[in-house]
Design a protein around this ligand. Structure first.
Ligand SMILES: NC(=O)c1ccc[n+]([C@@H]2O[C@H](COP(=O)([O-])OP(=O)(O)OC[C@H]3O[C@@H](n4cnc5c(N)ncnc54)[C@H](OP(=O)(O)O)[C@@H]3O)[C@@H](O)[C@H]2O)c1
Length: 193
């Protein structure tokens, strides 16, 4: 049975992916978030809620014990968060990390320059890429509620195609990545509809 630790579990993408994991797989989830009072446990038989800040080293390492996959969907001080996650995963002997970033961090979107607003995304991706983890960095386009599941993937170094990505599509990919330890390993991939 795969065990997935979701960091930033009360965020939009994390909640959407949580529902997708519960509906389509038999994985067990640990939902890690800063304020547990904000989140109702969606399935107490398969999900455990843990209160913690990603910047809290001890709490993070503790939550990583016994997990197979770490899925991080965060915002804010992302470089510091990435450093803490990489260090804690090393200490907990975990390898598989799925990390939500953003399109545009390498200047790969034709005709768009996002500059400093993407610095935390760019810096956190660089920290993860320099690690020895089995990471997949996801660079999604703008989120939509389009129910359709369809996406195209671009590799680092290729121009980004499209602009939007439905949350359904993004969650579908996150679940596939969590279940297949070899899928897009050590890759930073652009994802759009
Ligand atoms: N919107 C778009 O179209 C789009 C497109 C591409 C990429 N993105 C990026 O994708 C990421 C996920 O998006 P989203 O909509 O799910 O964002 P979100 O709803 O803002 O979720 C981010 C989560 O990160 C948590 N967090 C921040 N710092 C933390 C810390 N130190 N410890 C623990 N948790 C922490 C927040 O927790 P609290 O609830 O405690 O604040 C929040 O729940 C974001 O970085 C977003 O900018 C968005």
């Amino acid at each position: 049975m795969t065990r997935v630790l979701i960091l930033g579990a009360n965020g939009q993408v994390a909640r959407h992916a949580t529902a997708c994991f519960l509906e389509n797989t038999d994985v067990d989830l640990t939902l890690y978030l800063r304020h547990t009072s904000r989140l109702k446990n969606p399935d107490p038989k398969r999900a455990t809620i843990v209160e913690g800040n990603v910047l809290d080293r001890a709490a993070l390492i503790d939550a990583m014990k016994g997990q197979d996959v770490v899925f991080a969907s965060l915002a804010g001080e992302m470089a510091e968060q990435a450093q803490k996650i990489v260090a804690a995963m090393k200490e907990a002997s975990l390898k598989r990390l799925i990390f939500i970033s953003s399109m545009g961090i390498y200047g790969e979107v034709p005709g768009e320059k996002y500059r400093s607003v993407l610095d935390p995304y760019r810096d956190s991706a660089a920290i993860i890429e320099a690690s020895s983890l089995d990471y997949t960095i996801l660079r999604p386009g703008w989120f939509t509620n389009n129910p359709k599941v369809s996406y195209q993937i671009t590799q680092k170094g290729e121009p980004f195609h499209g602009h939007d990505i439905s949350l359904n599509s993004l969650s579908d990919l996150i679940v596939k990545l969590a279940l297949d330890p070899t899928l897009h390993v050590r890759s930073s991939i652009g994802v759009s509809q």
